[in-house]
Design a binder for this molecule. Structure first.
Ligand SMILES: O=P(O)(O)O[C@H]1O[C@H](CO)[C@@H](O)[C@H]1O
Length: 319
C-alpha cells in the first residue's frame, strides 16, 4: 500500500494530540522550540499539559543531552493569555533522523494553528565581536547542507497549495525581530547582550575545524549550529512567522595562526625554551552550561516577546 500523503499523517497526529488536551489549549497561537539546554524556556507557562513524544504518532525521540522529549502546552504572558506550545527537545539529522522527521513537529505545530514560532538554539560564535552569552537575533542563514542537496523541502510538495519554489529571502520576520528589542528594553536587559546576525547550518555532529570556522566566517556567517534551518524552512512553507534566537554558547576555535610543530621541534633541538600554546576545544558540556546560566534571561525574554505580539499581528498568517 502506498504511504499516506504527509498531510493526512499530520492530520491524524493533530487529532491524537488534541485528544490529550483541554479545549483552551487545542489551538495554540505561538510555537516555541527549545534549543540545547533551553528546555526551561517553557517554565513560565501556566496550566501546562505535557504530551510526551512517545504519545505523539510520527514523533521521534531526542537523544541529545539537554533536550527532553515532550510537547508542553499552556498559557503565557502577563497582559495576554496566549495559548502556546513548546517543543522541549528537537531532532537533528546527526542523530540519524531523516529531514522529514526533523521537520515533522513543525508541520504538526502549523497544523495545530500556530501563527508564529520562536525557534531557539545554542550556537558557536564565528564573529569575534559576539561574546559568549550574547543572544543573536537571526536575520539570515547559510544552509550548507541545503545548498548541497539536503533540503527538507525536497520531494513532492507538501500539499496542493504549497508553493513549489519557496522564497526565503524574507524568512526572518522583521516584525518579530523588532519585538525582541522592545522586550529587552522593557526587561532592562543590557543592549550589549544582543546582536543580529547570520546563522550557518551545518550537519554536525563534529564541531568545526579552524579552517571550516574561517570558511564560514568568510562566507558571512556570525554563528554556526546543527539545527534550526530545516525548522525555519518548514515553518515558512506553512506560512508561519519565524523568529530565531541563537544563544552564543562558545566561540568557534579559529586561531589567528597555526601552531608550528616544525618550529617547536627546531627550537627544542636548539635548546631553546618552548612556550606551548593552550589548545582550546569546544564541548557540549560548555554549551549546556551557558544555556543554564542564560536560561532565566531567555525565559523572561521569550515570555515578554509573546506578551508583545499584538493579537492583530499574531492572527495574520503572513508577515
Ligand atoms: O541547535 P541546538 O539543538 O540548540 O544544539 C546545538 O548544540 C549541539 C552541540 O553542542 C548541537 O545539537 C547544536 O545544534
Amino acid at each position: 500500500m502506498a504511504p499516506a500523503p504527509i498531510f493526512e499523517t499530520i492530520a491524524s497526529t493533530v487529532e491524537a494530540i488534541r485528544s490529550q488536551l483541554p479545549d483552551g489549549l487545542k489551538n495554540p497561537r505561538v510555537g516555541i522550540v527549545c534549543g540545547s539546554g533551553l528546555s526551561g524556556l517553557a517554565a513560565s507557562m501556566k496550566e501546562v499539559v505535557e504530551v510526551a513524544y512517545d504519545n505523539v504518532p510520527g514523533f521521534a525521540k531526542s537523544t541529545v543531552p539537554g533536550h527532553r522529549s515532550s510537547l508542553a502546552f499552556g498559557f503565557m504572558g502577563d497582559n495576554q493569555r496566549v495559548p502556546v506550545v513548546a517543543m522541549l527537545g528537537r531532532f537533528h539529522p546527526y542523530e540519524g533522523h531523516s529531514l522529514s522527521t526533523v521537520v515533522y513537529p513543525i508541520r504538526v505545530l502549523a497544523a495545530l494553528g500556530i501563527k508564529d514560532i520562536i525557534i531557539t538554539n545554542a550556537a558557536g560564535a564565528l564573529n569575534p565581536e559576539i561574546k559568549v552569552g550574547t543572544v543573536v537575533v537571526v536575520r539570515d542563514h547559510l544552509a550548507l547542507p541545503g545548498l548541497a542537496g539536503m533540503n527538507p523541502l525536497l520531494g513532492p510538495t507538501f500539499s496542493s497549495t504549497t508553493p513549489r519554489f519557496l522564497p526565503v529571502s524574507d524568512a526572518y520576520s522583521p516584525a518579530l525581530r523588532r519585538l525582541v528589542f522592545l522586550a529587552a528594553n522593557e526587561l532592562s536587559i543590557p543592549w550589549s547582550d544582543f546582536a543580529e546576525g547570520t546563522y550557518a547550518w551545518v550537519s554536525g555532529p563534529t564541531y568545526e575545524t579552524p579552517a571550516e570556522g574561517r570558511f564560514l566566517r568568510a562566507a558571512g556567517a556570525d554563528m554556526v549550529g546543527m539545527s534550526t534551518v530545516p525548522e525555519v524552512l518548514a515553518a515558512r512553507e506553512a506560512g508561519v512567522g519565524v523568529l530565531v534566537l541563537s544563544l552564543a554558547t562558545n566561540m568557534v576555535v579559529i586561531p589567528e595562526k597555526y601552531r608550528s610543530i616544525k618550529e617547536e621541534v627546531e627550537a627544542e633541538l636548539l635548546g631553546k625554551k618552548v612556550e606551548l600554546p593552550v589548545e582550546e576545544v569546544v564541548s557540549h558540556e560548555e554549551v549546556l552550561l551557558i544555556g543554564r546560566q542564560k536560561g532565566e534571561m531567555m525565559k523572561s525574554l521569550v515570555e515578554k516577546i509573546i506578551d508583545l505580539i499584538p493579537a492583530s499581528v499574531r492572527d495574520e498568517s503572513q508577515k
